[in-house]
Design a protein around this ligand. Sequence first.
Ligand SMILES: [Zn+2]
Length: 424
Amino acid sequence: MKLFTSLLLLVTFAATAAIAQTKPADADQKLWDRAVKLHRQSIIIDGHNDITSPMVDQDFNLADDSTGRYQIGGDPYHTDLKKLKAGGMTGEFMSIYVSGSSMTTGGAMRRAMDMIDATYREAELNPKDLSMCTTAAQIRQAKKQGKICLLMGIEGGYVIEDSLYALRNFYRLGIRYMTLTHNVATNWADAHRDEKHGGLTDFGKEVVKEMNRLGIMVDISHVSAKVMHDVLDLSKSPIIASHSGVRGVNDHTRNVPDDVLKRLKANGGVINVVFYPSFLDERTNREENERSAKLRDQIAKLREQYKDDRDGFNAAVRKLEEENPIYIADYKRIVDHMDHIKKVAGVEHIGLGSDYDGVPFLPTPMQGVQDLVLVTYEMLRRGYSDKEVKMVLGENMLRAMEQNEKNARGTRISADGSLMKLKK
Ligand SMILES: [Zn+2]
């Protein structure tokens, strides 16, 4: 028994050690302890996680040991079950991501179906730790039970294949936000790098109205600035940016401009600040682009060499990039973007939108979900009150979700088949 206990302790220690949180070298111990405590007490919601891609493409399960698994051209996986627990996550929006290339290849809806099933399977395989959630109340409940909610948002409006019928079915499957585009325009909305409609088309406006009616939050990450304004003109419910920075800190087309931030007060929306250093920081973005151009031919060769071995390819690209290091902004840069939103719109409009496993690297020294407490620490260090920190970590998103739920009206059928109460 004694031996068993020590073995168990050893195993537990090893597991914890492998996912230890990274503490800044210059951390104030007292403040760090306060940050860890506050972080543990808080409801934490992350607006965007792309681990769904390896779940479908590389047969990855959240309970798997992710050691030695790398994403395309980048870090070891940011997300697995242990890391989600270590990071204190309460509600993780799993990204049902479909690339803009589906506009030419087709298959967007099928891809989304695969990803939605992979997400449900995780909850089925890990019932002690995970549950599928669609409402703010379920997230609050999960916190009390010590569980993690998996929520779903569509990234790329291609998925509905121009059909409001399909949109309604995605609601029934549990989708609670939709990013109108990825980097390519849909037939009805412009993307930040692909403007051809002058904003939302008439059908695009119908999509937004139907999303409001159903209670699917409209996500303005990836869309053009004009679409952001068109959405704000129309939406009666709070909008979100599921994973974006702000142009006031780094003038990148993926970020949200000040004139949009100023409209958030009236709308009640939330900008979930992305962790991708290239969106957060101009120098990282420039150096990453230069490195990509420099390594293009070598990466093409590796792709050919490892064409049947995706994990091997990812590890080889990672090695090449390590040999060609760039400046990577640190975690404090995330809070620079939060400060700007706080100044222009107010602290009520800030959230978290990591983009874990959708980006090749995180701000230093973050390794994955387990290091989320660094953001809490930095907010406290800058004088955010406990209440403000909790708002950013999750309460603001809960408020936006609740308001979307309240405003949703019409005939809705819940996932268990029962007819939900109609709003008069
Ligand atoms: Zn994205």
